[in-house]
Design a protein around this ligand. Structure first.
Ligand SMILES: [Fe+2]
Length: 413
């Protein structure tokens, strides 16, 4: 096997070790259960990544026949919403493991023989293999969100995150002018990150780091959740309907102190960590409270130029690190934590870049374009380094809080 093929096989293996490692501490019952109407049973995610792998790395690459035609219904994310999936004839924990291992064995045989022909877009630079490995890591992050919603404690060992440090400045100035947004050169970039195109932005300030729990607590204590003028109309409507009073998983302990539930353990709210589990409406209201605004997606990407993956990624710490913990990952402009720790809500709707073409299927990006979704950037502590890059675009409904999402603010000069 050549170097590229070996790297692709290693990427697939790394994703698989991670998926199995996340589910191994759980009972069969916990893997089959519906822990939240927002999430799939964990074992559905596991078999779904195997089915996706069969679709792309066997059926698309090697023209094989379906292994089990029923899986094209059960494991198609568009055929059944998440809360229905526990009621389908899904594979059990042991069956799912042996099924995906069998698929993987065949995939490695195909990879050994296939010519990674640069003239075939799916195979150029091994794109389709990178797509499948990224897909599995994205589901691993989704599974971490499910595990956080589980009623019983999730058995895990969190490697301590590096300590934070005082930031040199609260915000950094990003000079206006054109920059290149998106990419034509990242081999595993998704269609929505393409093509690279020039965007002009005006001068702006952006926070050096994401808004911390301590900063967000000041908004809570100042009555931010009871002040309609800080919220958009839709945001205020949602705040009332969903009875939002603080970020998800926070609870008041009396005397002004708060705790947060993390994988079943109640811990003191870490004031210096980026706030997470806030929806877009909360982020938007906080920004108004701070006299600022959320950055646009273009502003975020420009501010992130040169940020490195010296960052809290990959899920080892089971939570964000203290602000200032990764000075080496800073962007060219001195913005820190652009990658890792928390996904960052931007003010932008999820739309196509000029010159966008669907590749390789419209259900990855195209069907989601429009004003229903807000863009998140930068990856979280649970995101794989294989997925985290400054051009990567994530999106979700503005009411969602179970994802590892926080934000930073910006302002005009
Ligand atoms: Fe998927």
């Amino acid at each position: 096997m050549g170097d590229l093929k070996q790297a692709l096989a290693d990427a697939l293996d790394g994703a698989r070790q991670r998926s199995l490692g996340l589910l191994d501490p759980l009972s069969e019952e916990e893997q089959l259960a519906q822990h939240s109407p927002l999430m799939s049973p964990l074992v559905w995610d596991l078999a779904h990544v195997g089915h996706y792998e069969e679709l792309w790395l066997l059926r698309a690459v090697a023209r094989t026949q379906p292994i089990d035609p029923a899986h094209d219904d059960i494991y198609d994310a568009f055929k059944h919403v998440r809360k229905e999936r526990a009621g389908l004839a899904i594979l059990g924990a042991a069956e799912a493991r042996s099924h995906i291992a069998m698929v993987r064995g065949r995939v490695l045989d195909v990879l050994d023989k296939v010519e990674l022909d640069p003239a075939v877009p799916l195979l150029n630079d091994g794109f389709v293999y990178g797509m499948v490995a990224q897909h599995e890591h994205q589901h691993d992050e989704t599974m971490l969100a499910t595990l956080q919603l589980m009623a019983s404690p999730y058995p895990h060992v969190a490697v301590p995150a590096p300590a934070g440090r005082p930031l040199p400045e609260v915000e950094v100035l990003i000079p206006g002018g054109p920059f290149v947004m998106g990419t034509d050169t990242e081999p595993f970039a998704y269609d929505n990150e393409r093509p690279a195109h020039t965007v002009d932005v005006a001068d702006f300030y952006i926070d050096t780091a994401p808004v911390t729990n301590g900063q967000y607590l000041a908004f809570v204590e100042a009555g931010g959740y009871d002040e309609p003028r800080l919220w958009s109309d839709a945001g205020w409507g949602h705040r009332l309907e969903a009875d939002l009073e603080a970020p998800q998983f926070w609870s008041p302990q009396g005397g002004g102190s708060w705790s947060v539930k993390r994988y079943g353990q109640q811990i003191d709210l870490p004031l210096d960590e980026p706030v997470q589990h806030v929806c877009w409406y909360e982020a938007d209201a906080y920004a108004r409270f701070a006299g600022k605004r959320l950055p646009t997606e273009a502003e975020w990407e420009k501010a992130a130029t040169g940020a490195s993956a010296a960052a809290n990624l990959g899920g080892r710490h089971f939570g964000p690190s203290g602000v200032g913990a990764y000075p080496d990952g800073a962007s060219r402009y001195g913005a820190e934590h652009m990658l890792g720790d928390v996904w960052e809500w931007t003010s932008s709707d999820f739309t196509a870049y000029p010159g966008f073409t669907t590749f390789p299927y419209k259900e990855y990006s195209e069907v989601f374009y429009g004003s229903d979704y807000k863009v998140l950037r930068g990856g979280s502590w649970a995101t794989s380094p294989l997925v985290a890059r400054t051009t990567f675009r994530n999106w979700d409904y503005p009411i969602r809080r179970q994802i590892f999402a926080g934000f930073r603010c910006a302002r005009d000069v």
